[in-house]
Design a protein around this ligand. Structure first.
Ligand code: NAP
Length: 306
């Protein structure tokens, strides 16, 4: 793979930033990677792991002379970062992000970027419940989708260059509007996280069942919820604060469907339950057929750790 960008700036070096550093190194996508992290500890780890060629304690100094700037911070931090870097960006450079919400990032970032800088928002649909600079790995984006939400009237060649970048990281790329992205992700990602957080919180608050029983007898279903609920609290707080409308819309539908299930259980309507469970099973089969999940029992986990 040939060099695509001379200088790439990673603003934020957590799971996503460090994974991008690993894959850029492996695929030789950039000649020089600069990094910004707000904490001394993350800056030290990034250097120790060889993730960056130069490390900066301000975002403005990290983006100097960069051809590609990737914001890898929680969605709620993007406005302040954009305000800080706006005046330091090289004319003609591409600015993108990896935030899990798109319309709010466009609202918060675009006004701070000068004319002549190309802003192409993005979101790799790839992640784990781990966070921090040591959690990244080069294959995180392999065979995953990356959604780009180009702005109307934006530079088409910047979008093409970014598509190529994500293809080199192993991803497939889809373009859509920020609003459509937020609606789709509200049901496929944001709502499941909310349900997981709530399920785990409900279990933790039970008075007749002790905490140790919840842990000792945790069945596969509950353990999967705890895995999702172990995700970074800052990142997820920002997702719900910034995708409020779409999440509330999906939550409304979800609550109605849950009431229907509740009624089916109360009235012993086995047929309704069976039909719904059969439809749900079909969705999982389709996800596996699309190569987005493994068909191995218990998600391919080592039997020793089931
Ligand atoms: P992470 O591992 O927690 O890393 C976050 C990074 O942002 C760290 O370098 C952290 O700095 C920095 N940061 C946090 N708050 C900041 C602030 N207020 N100002 C400046 N820097 C700040 O998070 P991540 O999982 O990489 O997520 C980064 C972005 O990717 C988020 O927008 C998230 O929505 C998106 N995303 C995440 C996933 C996922 O599954 N995790 C998937 C797709 C997209 P310190 O280390 O110095 O504290």
């Amino acid at each position: 793979m040939s060099v695509q960008f001379e200088r790439v700036a990673l603003i934020g070096i957590g799971l996503i930033g460090s994974s991008l550093a690993h894959v850029m190194r492996r695929e030789k996508i950039a000649t020089h990677i600069t990094g910004y992290a707000r904490s001394e500890e993350t800056r030290k780890t990034a250097v120790q792991l060889g993730l960056v060629d130069s490390i900066h304690s301000t975002a403005a100094s990290a983006v100097k002379d960069a051809d590609l700037v990737i914001l890898c911070v929680p969605v709620g931090a993007c406005a302040a970062i954009a305000m800080e870097i706006g005046g330091a960006l090289k004319p003609g450079c591409i600015v993108t992000d990896v935030g899990s919400v798109k319309a709010a990032v466009v609202r918060d970032v675009a006004p701070h970027l000068p004319a002549g800088v190309h802003f192409v928002p993005g979101h790799p649909i790839a992640g784990t419940e781990q966070s921090g600079p040591a959690s990244g790995f080069a294959d995180l984006f392999l065979k995953r989708w990356c959604i780009l939400t180009p702005l109307p009237g934006g530079d088409a060649s910047a979008v093409t260059r970014l598509e190529k970048f994500w293809h080199s990281c192993g991803s497939e790329v889809e373009l859509m509007t920020p609003e459509h992205h937020d609606l789709v992700l509200a049901i496929t990602s944001h709502l499941p996280h909310l349900i997981a957080y709530n399920t785990v919180a409900t279990a933790a608050d039970l008075e007749e069942v002790t905490d140790s029983e919840v842990i000792k007898y945790s069945a596969g279903g509950f353990r999967d919820f705890t895995r999702i609920a172990a995700s970074d609290p800052t990142m997820w707080r920002d997702v719900f604060l910034n995708n409020r409308e779409a999440v509330l819309e999906m939550l409304g539908r979800f609550s109605e469907d849950l009431s229907a299930l509740q009624r089916a259980i109360r009235w012993g309507d086995g047929e309704a339950l069976f039909n719904l469970f059969t439809r749900a099973r079909e969705v999982r089969r389709n996800i596996i057929a699309a190569g987005q999940e493994t068909a191995a029992p218990d998600f391919g986990r080592d039997p020793k750790h089931r």
